[in-house]
Write a protein that binds this ligand. Structure first.
Ligand code: CA
Length: 502
């Protein structure tokens, strides 16, 4: 999807000169289709420096304090986004040459084409990447994000700017945690207001993004987003206002604190083929899914997203039309949803003529005290109870079989040359066998769903100590990603953590 057909170039080394004016300090983040760097200006006697305190833009390069207000001048820091799919480069340049400014859209200080890479430089003063945020965003952040999305989408509509996509990679959060749109993926510039169809596409992009950062189970918001997906909103201004009125009302604290999710491309792969999603099926019945796709460009990421969204859709339909919500009945529904996902991916693979497939691990909560955990492949579900981490699922992999036959140890399995061979996946055979576990949940339990990009890099005991150390699930998720990076980050990393009955 992102940057398809264009492999990621090698990252720039610190000290690399970009154009005449910029030098790379360090790589900050790899993302799909993008790399982010901290960058500074090449020191030059002609360069004016802007004062952080008063904003005076014309201080001599060697000045220690601002000539206007006398405050010490800090070293200016810049963020440079580097994209390597060249098809939209010229539109991006054209937009920022000719178009009007908006307070929530960051205009680049400079745009450089370096070896056909689009390098876009913006000043930063404590901003962070929305990409690094876990779902859900805290309620106040989510509300302001919805308002910002409404504002910038209206502005882009009015100015004829059509976006190829709108993702977390397009946003920074400022120090007050307001979202700022930058480094847009523009696919067309129209002379006037966008046509109704294009505006509708923009509304959908916004809804998808809001859903990614919304909590799993807050009925008023879920219902609104469902209505929005059904086409109820034709403009984002009304959508933004309705979301604001929901999020301004008192919200039970647990809503935003009982689950967290994040996915990360890792440090080596070009593409993120993992996918996560969550959805509410009925009061007390929530479904959480992690999928790890395989098959390379234009198949792995399709398989994982297709499987995960199919499970949610089928389970939602079945639960809606079912009067028996006992554990047995829900187990059947979960099995059916997995089979539907399997067949959907299989059909897609056949029609595309490729061998796409995916792992799946999911949890369906049944009220407060029970949950169904299910898996195919080697994405895992763990249970943390009283500080002890238990692995609930068994991998359907060659190395797991060798461990079961006592031919290798668990430790040898981690580094075995065939550790990536799966014996069961979703989408490869017409029918797939699913392992389902009914787990009694105790107050304070945490459940972790993750792809092998986490457990393959981080030992179970280190996962346990991170889960035990951080009471906030969002922080725990980010720390797990950080731990996977510190061990090499060779694969995509996807994590959902839930906490029960507190
Ligand atoms: Ca993987």
């Amino acid at each position: 999807m992102f940057g398809k057909g264009h492999p990621r170039p090698n990252p720039f080394q610190p000290g690399t000169r970009i154009g005449d004016a910029w030098v790379v300090d360090q790589l900050v983040r790899l993302a799909e289709g993008r790399m982010f760097y901290l960058t500074s200006r090449v020191d030059s006697p002609e360069t004016d420096r802007t004062c952080d305190a008063c904003g005076h833009p014309h201080n001599p390069a060697k000045a220690k304090t601002c000539v206007q207000c006398g405050e010490p001048l800090k070293k200016e820091r810049f963020l440079m986004s580097v994209r390597w799919a060249p098809e939209f480069n010229s539109l991006y340049q054209e937009y920022f040459r000719t178009r009007k400014q908006h307070p929530a859209i960051l205009s680049p200080t400079d745009i450089i084409i370096h070896d056909s890479l689009l390098c876009s430089v913006v000043p930063i003063r404590g901003e962070s990447l929305l990409l690094d945020e876990c779902a859900p965003l805290p309620a106040s952040d989510l509300m302001r994000f919805a308002q910002r999305l409404a504002g910038v989408t209206a502005f882009l509509n009015f100015n004829g700017v059509e976006l190829a996509r709108l993702s977390a990679a397009n946003f920074l959060l400022d120090r007050d945690r307001n979202a700022i749109l930058y480094d847009l993926d523009i696919c067309a510039l129209h002379p006037n207001l966008l046509a109704a169809e294009q505006q509708k596409a923009g509304v959908h992009q916004s809804i998808d993004l809001l859903r990614r950062f919304s909590p799993v189970d807050y009925q008023p918001l879920t219902e609104l987003l469902n209505r929005a997906e059904d086409g109820y909103y034709t403009d984002t201004a009304t959508l933004g206002a309705d979301i604001q009125s929901i999020l301004e009302a008192p919200i039970p604290g647990q809503v935003f604190q009982s689950a967290a999710a994040i996915t990360d491309v890792g440090l080596v792969r070009d593409l993120n083929e993992d996918y996560w999603t969550w959805t509410n099926l009925h009061q007390g019945i929530n479904l959480f899914v992690v999928a790890d796709g395989m098959g390379g460009h234009e198949s792995g990421e399709v398989a994982s997203a297709l499987a995960a969204t199919t499970i949610c859709r089928v389970a939602r339909d079945r639960v809606r039309n079912c009067t028996d919500l006992s554990a047995d009945s829900l187990e059947n529904i979960l099995d059916e949803a997995f089979q539907a996902a399997n067949n959907t991916v299989k059909e897609q693979a056949e029609s595309c003529g490729n061998d796409m497939g995916t792992t799946l691990v999911s949890m369906m909560t049944i009220g407060e005290d029970r949950a169904l955990l299910a898996n195919v492949g080697d994405s895992r579900a763990y249970l943390l109870r009283n500080g002890v981490l238990y692995r609930v699922t068994r991998d359907h992999s060659l190395v797991q079989r060798l461990v079961d036959q006592n031919r290798i140890t668990e430790q040898e399995a981690r580094t075995h040359p065939h550790s990536n061979i799966l014996l069961r996946t979703v989408g490869t055979e017409r029918n797939v066998q699913i392992d389902i576990y009914l787990v009694e949940i105790e107050p304070g339990d945490r459940v972790l769903l993750c792809s092998d990009g986490l457990w393959g890099e981080v030992e179970d005991e280190d996962i346990a100590s991170i889960l035990n150390h951080y009471s906030d699930l969002r922080t725990a998720s980010r720390e797990l990603v950080r731990a996977a990076h510190n061990s090499g980050g060779r694969d995509n990393i996807t994590i959902i953590i839930t906490e029960h009955g507190r």
